[in-house]
Each structure stands twice: as structure tokens, then as C-alpha cells.
Design a protein around this ligand. Sequence first.
Ligand code: SF4
Length: 472
Amino acid sequence: MKEYCGVVGIYGNKNAAQLAYLALYALQHRGEESAGIVSFDKKKIYQHKGMGLVGDIFTPESLKKLKGPLAIGHVRYSTTGSSIAKNVQPLLINHKKGFIAVAHNGNLTNSVDLRNELEDTGSILQTTMDSELILHYLVKDHQNNYSGKILPIASRLEGAYSFVLMINDAIYALRDPHGFRPLCIGKMDGGYIVASETCALDMVQATYVRDVEPGEVVIIDKGGLHSMKQPEAKRKAFCIFEYIYFARPDSNIFTQSVYLTRKNLGRALAREHPADADLVMPIPDSGTYAALGYAEESKIPLEMAFVRNHYIGRTFIQPSQLIRDFKVKVKLNPVRDALKGKKIAIIEDSIVRGTTSKGRVRALRQAGAKEIHMRVSCPPLVSPCFYGIDFPTKKELIASDHSIEEIREFIGVDSLKYLSLEGMLGSMMLPKEEFCTACFTGDYPTKICKPPSKKALEKRSCPGPKKGPDPF
Ligand code: SF4
């Protein structure tokens, strides 16, 4: 399972591109396939994009060329459209009223319909990403100014989106009415920042102001910060998986601390499923904070007996079975002397296919662990995500067609317990009705007519456009 995207926008600082670069560094965990920055100095537009990690794409020279007090940036893991150079964001277009650059996090669930509709009316799209659609709608209407047409366009988009746009000399930040993906606003010396997570604000020493509200469009221009709102959705649907796995633990998302929430999950897990163990240990990194909570609540000592190799990343190639077989140990090496003869409670954040957990358990057995009790800080994952997380298909999710006992046997642990849905929701610091839990329940907060696939816009065989109100 992969993260999806991170977005940032900077307004009103002469080093906007450099600050965007720092913010993207902080958001790297949200997308490791490609990154880019577009900046504007009120005369000219500049851009630099590429495949790979932020640190590899940008050099001091390339950053120096990104001039101006406005910039937006993006890190990407593809959730719609392949990981290819033409799909790297921010996307940028020039037209007679100036330029528009867009950075998107999320997944539009009606992207095939919208694309068909645009093509039927003469648009020629350049990428296979849903993120491009908003650009075409923005240039289609010649009557209104941008702030006048953004709300009607947003109301045509279904699914999950946190957009940051740079339109001429203003930054726009939009969030879908359910608020699936996070987006926050910070203030800093001479201007504003909008970003996916507050860790990006910390990086540039900005002060958190507030979140972009679900359904809100925030415009930042020379007049300051302006706000418009779409009609409220029937319910909010913050992605609960952001707290369990995706977001950085030092971020606050949806206004609450990821770190503290993960500890709460661990505490609830210890209350629901105690283990007869000598030590508690996490699967680093995302299991670490739940393990802290589990250890505190159970009064069992915490050991960091899996040591992570911080140098493994995209560069680790796996061309042969021999190298693949060693992959688990390259990433995480168990500390033999801490584990030998011990009964251990190991804390996983989640189990997707089960194959990764199986490999880790094998490594722990080889290191001499006597008993292994796995505790998982969320319920079984049974349904795919259509809102911007690249989950495997339902068939590939081990819990979709295996009992917990069958999964236990497959992974090779002595006991396996998952946190209950109630336990997970009770660990949140917001009302439980405000979360999307569809990957655990199959209960999707929006209508999903036809599950969109990652490459839906590359191999369309879809019927005609969905009839909907004309936004113009
Ligand atoms: S389905 Fe799961 S991963 Fe997707 S938005 Fe909902 S909670 Fe998040």
C-alpha cells in the first residue's frame, strides 16, 4: 500500500520556491515517485519537475531559477494515471487569461465521465490524470473570473480532493465537501502557506492558522485570505487511515495530533487484547507510536528490537529472487540478543496482503523469539479505497476472504488480534461520525457507481458522460 500525494502553496515570500522545497521535503512520505515546483514572479512563470525524490530532483541551481513570491509544489505517488514523466505535477497551462498551475491530492471518482464530457466538447487532454480535468473546466468559461467559476466547477467533482492552484497572482486551496484528505493553512513571515500536513508548516516555521474546511475554497491574494463554501455534504468523511498509517506522527491532521491518536490506538488495543508477553515491540515506523501506547497501558516493557535501515528507499532494486528473499532483513533487522527465548507482543499498524508480516515474523523466529503475539492497531482491511490511496484490489486484501484464524496461520504467529471498529473510532479525538472507515466496513460515504481503477483514464471503455447540472 502506498501513500498518494502531498501538496503545498506559498504566497507572499520572496523565497517562495525554496520554502516550497522545504515543505515538500517534509511531505516526502506522501509520494516518492515524482515532485515539482511552479513559481511566479508577477512577470514570468518558472517550473522544475522530475521523477524521483525531492532531494534528487532539485539542486541549488534549479531552485535559484524558481523566482518569485508565489509557488506551489507537489510530491506524487500515482493513484490515477501511470508513474510517467508527463503525469508529474504541478500541471501548468498558459492561455489568453494568463496561467494556471495545479497540484492535487485525492481521487476523483467521476473522472472518466468528466473526461469523456470534456473530450466531447473539444478538449484535448495531455495527461492521464484526474487532476488535469479542473484545468480544462477553468479555461472553458470565458464569462466569469476564476473566483466566480471555481465553486460551480468544484460541485461537479466527486470523490476526494485537496487542490492547491496558482492562478496568475493568487493561490487557491480547495477541499472536497467530505474532507477526505487533509489541508491546512499557516501564516509566516510576509505571507501564507497551505499544505497537506502541519509538519510542512513546522519545517518553514509557519504558525498554524486553521484547516481549509471541507467544501471550502480559500483564495490568497494581495487582499489577504478570502473564503467561499460549497453546500455542506451530508456528513464529513475524514480518512481514518491517515491517523493509522499515512500521515507523519509529528503532524496534526483534521486538527488533531497523529502521534497522540496512534498512542490512543495502542492503548485501546492493549485493553481489548492483552498479551502474555515479556516485551512489546513495534514494526517501525508506523507501528511505533501504537506500540508505545500498548506498552504504557499493559505495563509490559517496550523494546525496539527491530532496527530499521534508514538508507533503504526507492534505490533498493530487487532484480532477482535471491535479493527479494533478503528484502525483509535489508529493511528491518531483528536484534537477536533482545529476542532470544522471549515471548513478544508485536504491534502492526495494519495488515494488507499479509506477505510482509509473514516475512517479518519469519525473521523474528530465526532470531530466536519463543512466542509471537501479533496485535494490529486497526480492524481487518476488507475493501479497497477509491479516495486516493492505492490499495490493492479486494481480492488481494487478505482479510476480505480469510478468517482471522486463517490469517494467523498464514503469517505464522501464535496469536493474532485486531483492534475493533469501536475501539478504533473510540481512540479518535473527533466524533466518530466524522470519519471514513470504508476500507474496514465497505460502507462508502459517497456513491461509487463503477469502481475507478488507477489507469482508468488510460484504458477507457466507459459509456457516455454522466448527465449533471451544467456548472456554467
Ligand atoms: S476507504 Fe480507507 S483509506 Fe480510503 S479514504 Fe476511507 S478510510 Fe481512508
